[in-house]
Design a protein around this ligand. Structure first.
Ligand code: GLV
Ligand code: MN
Ligand code: MN
Ligand code: MN
Length: 418
């Protein structure tokens, strides 16, 4: 072991944790949690905060055409592809302080260990914060990393609008102007990293129930997002007999039951969520004319997702309580398996601290799902209390976090020592 392969020993746990507490002030909610919707004022402030932290560690700072922010620690051979570490600083509307931010600040802690130990390495190291991982303001999520990895066109991303009708392109223009004013260098084009590593909270119950502080992640299940609209006829709630009704809510209810039955045929691994539902005109005494809802469908197998996709399309082509239905797909992201060699490095690093650590497949999507198409990619998970995430009560233990960051640093060091 040398100072690189045991880089975890050089992590300053106190300063890492101070950074976690400090970032949580940006967009803080009372009494806890935070709100940093992609490209809003808080999210942009968090970018500048990160840039200042990177500069204090001697890094060059960059942003690209999608507002992804990079902190670069130069290597002895600047021509080598950088090793990339990171996650995201944006959040759900009512979020905890760890989802995403943990992975960015863990990268910062690794840069600090390299900087303060004056540790030499040939390959450059960059920490990235990806734009709009959450997709809560502009759907779908992980758009900054999807564009960077060549998985989605910029034009389609820029065209998305939020609930107030603000275009992604306009929100992005404000963000880029702010980074410009903060004298961050513009480096518009994506590059091919040597590898990508992302540390994230598990957002589920497994590690906590096993009492394990970290683990390697072997891949991410696939996720399809749909939007469904049923069209009926608005009419008087008191006078219209059952036989004359074309009630969009009743139609949606019947269709949803049929979709649920189709999903249930594929066993316990399927995840099917209707997170948004809206009626029009949305009045107590008017039969709804239109029902609109979202579907989030996930499974680790591409074949199961394809079979359900076809089934959903067929069901939506039928008539439901006299209403026509239309199902459109807003995003399809296939499952990925991470790079075996990189998973092995991460697993070995984790097991120095947690010999009984399992290997997990991620149920949530992460920016790593796109990066895996661009370069060797792997992830680490750490536990969060009661598996709660996307909620202000999201909580992690500092002692677990320190171990997870050390395991990440050892993985980075192992790659740099090669
Ligand atoms: C990302 O936050 C997801 O929904 O998996
Ligand atoms: Mn996240
Ligand atoms: Mn999230
Ligand atoms: Mn996520």
């Amino acid at each position: 072991m040398n100072e690189l392969t045991s880089l975890g020993a050089s992590i300053d746990g106190q300063r890492f944790w101070d950074d976690m507490l400090d970032q949580a002030r940006i967009g803080a909610l009372s009494p806890r949690g935070l709100r940093r919707l992609a490209l809003d004022d808080n999210d942009n402030q968090a970018r500048c905060w990160l840039v200042d932290r990177g500069r204090a560690l001697g890094c060059e700072t960059y942003y690209d055409a999608l507002g992804n922010v990079f902190l670069r620690r130069e290597g002895e051979d600047p021509s080598l592809a950088p090793l990339l570490i990171g996650s995201h600083l944006d959040s759900q509307p009512s979020a905890g302080c760890y989802d995403g931010t943990l992975g960015v600040l863990a990268g910062l802690a690794v840069l600090r260990a390299l900087h303060e130990g004056d540790i030499r390495h040939r390959r450059p190291v960059e920490v990235v914060s990806w734009t709009n991982e959450e997709g809560a303001r502009f759907a779908p999520g992980a758009s900054g990393s999807a564009w960077f990895a060549g998985q989605r066109d910029a034009a389609e991303i820029l065209d998305a609008t939020d609930d107030d009708g603000v275009r992604f392109a306009d929100a992005l223009a404000d963000c880029l102007a702010r980074l410009d004013a903060h004298t961050v260098s513009y480096r518009p084009e994506p590059f091919t990293p040597h590898a990508f590593l992302e540390l994230h909270i598990e957002q589920g119950p497994v590690l906590e129930s096993m009492g394990v502080p970290a683990c390697a992640v072997t891949g991410i299940q696939g996720v399809n997002w749909y939007s469904v609209t049923l069209l009926g006829q608005a009419n008087h709630a008191g006078t219209t007999p059952e036989s004359a009704r074309r009630d969009a809510f009743t139609g949606a209810h019947a269709l949803i039951s049929a979709l649920r039955e189709a999903v249930a045929e594929h066993g316990e691994a399927v995840r099917f969520t209707i997170g948004k539902f809206a009626l029009e005109p949305n009045a107590t005494n008017t039969i709804p004319q239109q029902a609109t809802f979202s579907i989030d469908l996930r499974h680790p197998s591409a074949a199961v997702l394809a079979a359900l996709d076809e089934r959903f399309q067929r069901l939506a082509s039928e008539t439901w309580s006299g209403c026509s239905a239309e199902l459109s797909t807003s995003s399809r992201v296939a499952p990925v398996d991470f790079d075996d060699d990189l998973v092995e490095i991460v697993d070995t690093s984790v097991k120095r601290y947690a010999p009984t650590a399992p290997q997990l497949v991620s149920g949530a999507f992460h920016d790593a799902i796109h990066l895996a198409h661009r370069c060797p990619t792997a992830m680490l998970f750490m536990p969060c209390r009661d598996g709660i995430s996307h909620h202000p009560d999201e909580h992690i233990e500092r002692a677990d976090a320190e171990i997870a960051v050390r395991a990440l640093a050892d993985s980075v060091g192992t790659l740099l020592a090669r």
